[in-house]
Design a protein around this ligand. Structure first.
Ligand SMILES: Cc1cc2nc3c(=O)[nH]c(=O)nc-3n(C[C@H](O)[C@H](O)[C@H](O)COP(=O)(O)OP(=O)(O)OC[C@H]3O[C@@H](n4cnc5c(N)ncnc54)[C@H](O)[C@@H]3O)c2cc1C
Length: 586
């Protein structure tokens, strides 16, 4: 079984030193979220994750969910763990106190998301989509629906799903067929089949609240004719009690390569009763409230799994003896951690993980501002930055998760490939993250076409990087890092200009460069994250020398060994698409 210790010191380093967004610091509702409180939350979170949730990863993998006689059963131990999970209030952490939540900011709940992903992604998914459903209902439903459904979701007694996918419609939601017919009482009857629905059915909660995309009879074709409906598994009576069964049935569950403890369901909606959320034909906009926040969380899944992979690779490298290191003149064999190549691999992981965590923390402050600030202009500007960075966090972190879990298997050698140590499971579990919530390639296309070519958000982001560069100018120790940030920022700007010049010439050139562009933005963003952490590390050196020296060394590794990858993506990206499109695949 894999081991995991929550990286609380790393998280507190960020919370204590890099909560520097002045708009975030103006948020009245988070004034009382101080360092002692956060440390306490993280310690409690670490306890439940390390002791109760981590063991569920292996159990779920070896005894996956079962579908029998129309009922889905979760793996052994999941029910008991979920009961404790909700009794301790973990589903309500970031929710509004008005509906029973604890009102903790994203700056803190994101750390919890990371811990859960590190412990067991399959277990996490049961509550993750509930929070997505909560966000969507909170933003778009009327008060009656909110009051009826939100408290139970917040409490964790009911869970939520997101039902978009159909067999003919994955990425292209315009192909969606599920129908919604209005009834005299204002409700709708929903009919159609949804596939691949995470937590579509299970035995952990007394009810499941499905958020379903469907078309009304006269809806326009394509994505402009999609509406959003709330469809409970069991009808909820006016007094809030659970009533009879709605017409939602589970057809089957998928057999998958990873996250086997999470049921991925075929759901059949047969004249099931549903309630429209938001305006007719505007369902996709409402669903995107859920999906955008959810995409950041998927990025955090990649980060969390990477952390577990790194910790296990490190522990193994310290206990496995093979060969002799370069400077070993004795007859003794060395632990493999002495080999420069193993150290390189561990430092790749560490420098990416710490950079990602810093970036996620910076973005969490932007998310909190975008959701809560009283000044609409500030709110909008933060929301713009969040929308620019969402595809980056989602795709870059999950792609790096693939690289890191792959490197971990390599460090374990044959013991990584075989099942005993649980290492190959990390790779398999992470493999879904670049696929669901919009594939990584489609995220890259969204980034370029919607956020780079048709808006000025990148300029706003670059001005934030410039601001940080100014903050660092007086510290000579940072000169080398500043030089690199400036160089790679220039590469990002040049790549952006190249994309813009191609707009009227070749869409294929642009489309074939999107993935490379997202990588450049990802690596440059991590250099920004590292610059912030390095500035603080030099400033605070005297308070914790060993911690900050290590941080500086890891940052230096990032700038020396990882950031240059951005240049090769740039060079490859701007060669255009001629050979790609000319290829004969017959
Ligand atoms: C375990 C699991 C859990 C899931 N959970 C849910 C859930 O809870 N709710 C839900 O609604 N769905 C869920 N899904 C579905 C998931 O979101 C889809 O699988 C995903 O959106 C991709 O759709 P698809 O599989 O149909 O692939 P397709 O859309 O057919 O894509 C196939 C390939 O083509 C590429 N592609 C597609 N369009 C373009 C384009 N325009 N340009 C370039 N490349 C393109 C894609 O990147 C991909 O590589 C889940 C899937 C799995 C496997």
């Amino acid at each position: 079984m894999t081991t995991y210790t929550a990286p609380i010191e790393e998280m507190m380093f960020l919370f204590d030193n890099l909560r520097d967004n002045k708009n975030y610091n103006q948020l009245e509702k988070y004034k009382e979220i101080n360092s002692d409180l956060v440390k306490d939350i993280l310690e409690q979170a670490a306890k439940i994750n390390q002791e109760i949730i981590l063991p569920l990863a292996k159990i779920g993998d070896e005894s996956p969910c079962v579908y029998e006689n129309g009922i889905v059963r979760s793996p052994p131990g999941y029910k008991e763990a979920y009961k404790k999970f909700i009794e301790d209030g973990w589903t309500s952490l970031s929710c509004d106190p008005k509906y029973g939540g604890q009102g903790v900011p994203k700056t803190v709940s994101t750390f919890f998301e990371e811990m859960l992903s590190s412990s067991s992604l399959a277990f996490k998914l049961y509550s993750e989509l509930s929070i997505g459903a909560y966000n969507c209902i909170l933003s778009h439903a009327d008060d009656k629906i909110k009051e009826k459904f939100l408290p139970k979701i917040v409490e964790g007694k009911w869970s939520g799903t997101m039902c978009l996918t159909e067999s003919q419609c994955g990425t292209d939601l315009g192909l969606l067929k599920t129908k919604a017919i209005k009834q005299k009482d204002g409700s709708y009857k929903i009919s159609g089949q949804k596939i691949f629905i995470t937590s579509g059915d299970h035995d952990l909660t007394e009810n499941i609240i499905h958020l379903v995309l469907a078309r009304t009879p006269d809806a326009p074709a394509g994505t402009k004719g999609i509406s959003l409906f709330l469809v409970p598994k069991l009808i909820v009576n006016d007094d809030g009690s659970v009533g009879s069964r709605n017409g939602v049935n589970t057809g089957s569950i998928e057999s998958k390569m990873g996250i086997k403890g999470s049921p991925t369901c075929v759901l059949n909606f047969d004249n099931s009763i549903g309630y429209m959320i938001g305006a007719e034909n505007k369902g996709l906009n409402s669903m995107f409230t859920m999906m955008n926040l959810e995409r950041i969380v998927v990025g955090i899944q990649g980060l969390g799994i990477s952390e577990t992979a790194y910790q296990n690779a490190l522990a193994y490298a310290k206990e496995r003896k093979q060969g002799k290191a370069n400077n070993n003149k004795t007859n003794e064999t060395d632990f493999i951690i002495k080999h420069a190549d193993i150290r390189r691999s561990l430092m790749n992981m560490r420098s990416i993980i710490e950079g990602e965590r810093g970036l996620a923390f910076w973005l969490s402050q932007q998310v909190d501002v975008s959701l809560n600030h009283s000044d609409e202009k500030i709110k909008k500007s933060a929301a713009d930055i969040v929308s620019l960075m969402t595809p980056v966090i989602k795709s870059f972190f999950t792609d790096m998760g693939m690289e890191i879990t792959n490197e971990t298997i390599q460090i374990f050698g044959g013991y990584g490939y075989t099942k005993d140590q649980g290492i190959e499971q990390l790779f398999r579990d992470n493999r879904i993250t670049p696929i669901y919530e919009g594939t990584n390639s489609v995220q890259a296309i969204d980034l370029v076409y919607r956020k780079i070519l048709n808006s000025k958000i990148l300029e706003e982001y670059i001005s934030q990087i410039d601001e940080e560069i100014k903050n660092c100018k007086d510290n000579k120790d940072l000169d080398l890092f500043l030089e690199r940030v400036l160089k790679y920022k220039e590469i990002l700007i040049n790549f952006t200009s190249w994309l813009k010049t191609k707009q009227s010439i070749s869409k294929d050139d642009i489309s074939s460069a999107c993935n490379d562009y997202l990588k450049v933005l990802g690596y440059v963003s991590l250099s920004y994250s590292w610059l912030r952490m390095l500035r603080v590390s030099y400033e605070k050196m005297s308070t914790n020398k060993s911690f900050f020296e290590e941080k500086i060394n890891t940052g230096k590794y990032y700038f020396d060994k990882i950031l240059p990858r951005a240049e090769s993506h740039y060079i490859a990206g701007i060669t255009g698409s001629e050979s790609t499109m000319k290829a004969n695949f017959n």
